[in-house]
Design a protein. Structure first.
Length: 107
């Protein structure tokens, strides 16, 4: 098993990122005890598409998302592009008392 280390994703090339993600995808598939063919059937995408993902080739989101769903990795998508509607502090405040209206101070 590989040791997990912090990666500065910003410093990596697109090819390096794709290669890392392809390897991680394959590792998850193997940990779930799926063959490529079984994952293809479970996700509803072609065997060729699963092979392309694992080889770091370009695939559409319409192929990648069902494969991620079959591996139960979709909960990680929130970290990919986080919702910026609220800051973490605003989210905590929002969980408290719900505001009924906005009151602005007069200057």
């Amino acid at each position: 098993m590989r040791k997990s280390t912090y990666m500065d994703w910003q410093e990596l090339t697109d090819k390096q990122i794709i290669d890392i993600l392809a390897l991680r995808f394959k590792d998850y598939r193997i940990r779930k005890h799926y063959t490529q063919k079984e994952l293809a059937i479970k996700s509803g995408v072609s065997l060729n598409s699963i092979q392309k993902i694992e080889q770091g080739e370009w695939v559409s989101m319409r192929v990648l998302l069902p494969a991620l769903r079959a591996l139960k990795l979709t909960e990680n998508l929130e970290m990919l592009i986080p919702d910026v509607s609220f800051s973490p502090i605003q989210l905590l405040q929002k969980q408290g008392a719900k505001k009924q209206r906005v009151k602005k101070s007069m200057k």
